[in-house]
Design a protein around this ligand. Sequence first.
Ligand code: PMP
Length: 292
Amino acid sequence: MDGLWQERDLPFGSNSVQHGTAVFEGIRMYTTPAGPVLFRLDAHLERLLDSAALLGIPHAYDLAALRRHVRDAAAGSGLDNAYVRPVLYTREPRLGVNLRDFHFTLGTEIWALPPDDTPSRPVRVTVSPWRRPSQLTFPVRAKATGTYVVSALARTRAAADGFDDAIQLDPNSGRVAESTIANVFLVRDGRLVTPWLEDSVLAGITRDTVLTLAGDLGIETAEAPVQPGELLAADEVFLTGTASGLVSVAGLDTHTYAAGRPVTDALSRAYREAVLGDGPHRPSWLTPVSRP
Ligand code: PMP
């Protein structure tokens, strides 16, 4: 799918192209009866500011400026069901690896999504031989363009082996970290568990949303160290991310999970209600996109 790329003249020599020096966010815009909304806009923009700070990226934006830019881009797109990606990047066609030498600016790419956003089909995953980046090598809480080479490597290998996605382990502990573009949850005896942030895990905003919704539903939750074997022993496994919400895992390597997934189903329903503003009232989660 083509995006509405606003920066068609980005110099090929740009440091962001040449070295992957950029930080970004992925935000969902949903159609609601009250008009289009951006889901958890401020949480995403705060993470963007954190990503820039963690890498020492110099820029001139505060939260209000980011909010204005993204709302304007979303409104200007004329779309309502879409994936919105603000990127802090540099246009400067220079090599070098000191980020303080570059001027970073904000651009937002927007992809239209089909109007009837049907839930993603269950996926089959494998445990990747490629582990996540080490916290000793990179501040893994930063959502940076360059690190997606690690995801691409693992996903390409998984696809070649006939799987939809890969679970990647923490490089130091060998515990479950996340999938290539999503966080991982497991359900065992009605209890919901997701890998703790001590391992190499992005602090996913969908992860946080699901933990909150599970609390609403009275489901016991834990952020804890997760051994690979615990995924096999789980009753249900699912992935979470902004782009596709909750995605049920049908099988892991040679193991197939039982078909009934009551906790995943209940949380998927609650998630859908939350993004459409049908759930418990949380005004800060939905930012209206007013048309120009
Ligand atoms: N982990 C990785 C590596 C990701 O790329 C993503 C997608 N941003 C996630 C987890 C999920 O994060 P979020 O729920 O904030 O989209």
